[in-house]
Design a protein. Structure first.
Length: 279
């Protein structure tokens, strides 16, 4: 019973950390559980990616009466403009907006701080100091603008051609698995007292790593397509290159680095789908 309660609190802590769901109201979650949330990050991807799929399918459902084709099932529903009343570009914007609302722009905030820190910092201390500053700078603004221009165009192409909107769930969960591996390879770059949330994530056990892999890979296995192979490999390679760069610049990682890794690897996943021409 105690083990089940511990697992439940870890899941609640992870969903509280990575989304804006007010699950902390259900019970008191001790600080120690927040140190163990990273292996459950892919599980949070089920919620964020699932929300995006839901919005996409809702756009299709709204357009069914006026559309020009009928989907055989929700799992194989096309999201192209010819099949939905809501334009695919608008659908993509709504999907991205929905995820931002659910996460509180957590990953985007980390990515902006990462761009500011690594773009403007000339030394380890300068990078860490800039990333901790809550104000956004030029590099952060430019990074977010470029990211959304790229991801909107990529997703408009992907959702316009893919047979299933479930690619959104697959990419979200898998890229959070890849990003969560940052704590397997790098130490935390700051002291715990200097962390933004005053918490340093603990390194996962072998069982936790296996659980994280299940959460991250299960959607890809359930909705498997050979077109996912190259994007998955490309995302993993880019993540490893980012980890090497972080080790070189700040000898570790921060929470902002986690968010930035997810944003970048997810963009690489979708971009690889388009470049590979398997959509």
């Amino acid at each position: 019973m105690q083990a089940l309660q511990s697992i439940s609190k870890r899941i609640l802590a992870a969903l509280t950390m990575f989304t804006r769901l007010p699950l902390w109201r259900l019970c008191t979650i001790e600080a120690e559980y927040y140190k163990q949330v990273v292996p459950l990050w892919p599980l949070a991807g089920w919620f964020t990616g699932g929300l995006m799929v839901g919005i996409c399918l809702l756009c299709q459902w709204v357009g069914v009466p006026v559309g020009t084709c009928v989907a055989s099932s929700s799992m194989t529903a096309k999201c192209c403009c010819s099949c939905v009343g809501v334009p695919v570009g608008t659908c993509v914007a709504l999907c991205l907006a929905g995820r931002i609302l659910l996460t509180g722009a957590l990953h985007e905030d980390g990515f902006a701080d990462f761009c500011d820190g690594f773009g403007g910092g000339t030394s380890r201390d300068a990078v860490l100091r800039i990333m901790k500053d809550s104000h956004i700078g030029t590099y952060g603004v430019l990074g977010l603008v470029m990211y959304y221009l790229i991801i909107w165009n990529i997703l408009t192409t992907v959702l316009g051609e893919m047979e299933s909107a479930m690619v959104l769930l697959v990419a979200d969960s898998f890229c959070k698995l890849v990003s969560s591996s940052i704590i397997w390879f790098l130490p935390y770059a700051r002291k715990e007292s200097e962390a933004k949330i005053l918490t340093v994530y603990s390194r996962p056990s072998l069982m936790e790593v296996c659980g994280s892999m299940v959460f991250g890979l299960l959607p890809m296995c359930l909705f498997f397509s050979t077109s996912f192979i190259i994007p998955a490999v490309a995302s993993a390679i880019v993540a490893l290159l980012l980890f090497a760069y972080m080790r070189h610049r700040i000898q570790g990682y921060t929470g902002d680095c986690c968010g930035a890794t997810f944003i970048i690897t997810e963009a690489v996943f979708y971009l690889s789908l388009v470049i590979n021409g398997n959509i």
